[in-house]
Design a protein around this ligand. Structure first.
Ligand code: NAD
Length: 247
């Protein structure tokens, strides 16, 4: 499972799942670029990993469109969340989420494929969600972007297969990250219950394992998908949700 000699780029790498992925890939020998709009966070993690930071706003699609990326492993991970009924969902927020979580991954894949094709090796790892496969009310943009990412991932798999490039999605349930910690706090306020009850009564009711996924668990699956061992794994979507979607 060594990734020695591989170059990896992880978007949203300064926090949560992205930081865990960057750390796991670096631990297996990859040279990692931590890409994030949080320049200080990206620089701090890159320093500890002996990697490089890329301070980038992935909403700047014009800049991404002209890019050429020299990397072997691309982890499309950066994401944001907004929860509101459709009739109250601001169109600008819908566009922002679609841009960050669908158009930016498309542009980065587009920028990375020529190098990957030339090398005969590439790994596109798209951090999707259980919401890439199943819907949930009040998350119209998030669910739409993640469903779109599933399609993009499969098309990339079909086009890249004969060039040694695989493309897969990872579909986590609730993962213990700043994004989810904020959701827990918001739900506690909304329902006027303690945060522990949000976990037990709202988030984990359908989980078989009855705990949040840890970012490192997602990262270790990403590291395996990135490895030479996983060359026949492509066009797939890996659910990691403690049994939530088995119901
Ligand atoms: P997080 O908030 O901890 O990290 C997201 C990172 O993305 C941050 O470092 C942030 O600065 C960066 N980012 C946001 N906007 C950006 C922009 N415009 N340009 C560049 N970087 C930007 O979130 P997380 O929980 O680690 O989520 C990471 C991914 O995992 C997301 O795509 C999310 O949808 C997905 N996911 C998360 C969970 C969960 O429960 N946490 C579950 C399923 C899927």
């Amino acid at each position: 499972m060594t990734l020695e000699g591989r170059k990896a780029l992880v978007t949203g790498g300064a926090s949560g799942i992205g930081a865990a992925c960057a750390t796991a890939l670096a631990a297996r020998g990859a040279k990692v670029v931590v890409a994030d709009v949080d320049a200080a966070g990206a620089a701090a993690l890159a320093d500890t990993l002996g990697g490089t930071a890329w301070a980038v706003d992935l909403l700047d699609t014009e800049a991404l469109a002209g890019l050429s990326l020299d990397c072997d492993i691309l982890v499309n991970n950066a994401g944001i969340q907004k929860v509101a009924p459709i009739e109250e969902f601001e169109p600008a927020d819908f566009r922002r989420i679609m841009t960050l979580m669908l158009e930016a991954p498309f542009l980065l894949i587009r920028a990375a494929l020529p190098h990957m094709y030339a090398n005969g090796f590439g790994r596109i790892i798209n951090i999707s969600s259980v919401h890439g496969l199943r819907a949930s009310p009040f998350k119209s943009a998030y669910v739409s972007a993640k469903h779109g990412l599933e399609g993009l991932s499969k098309v990339t798999a079909l086009e890249g297969g004969q060039h040694g490039v695989t493309s897969n999605c990872i579909n986590p349930g609730y993962v213990r990250t700043p994004l989810v910690e904020k959701q827990i706090a918001d739900q506690a306020l909304l329902h006027d219950i303690p945060e522990s009850e949000v976990l037990a009564k709202v988030m984990l009711t359908e989980s078989a394992v009855k705990r949040l996924v840890e970012p490192e668990e997602v990262a270790s699956l990403a590291a395996w998908i990135a490895s030479d061992d996983a060359g026949m794994v492509t066009g797939a979507s890996y659910t990691m949700d403690g049994g939530w979607s088995a119901r």
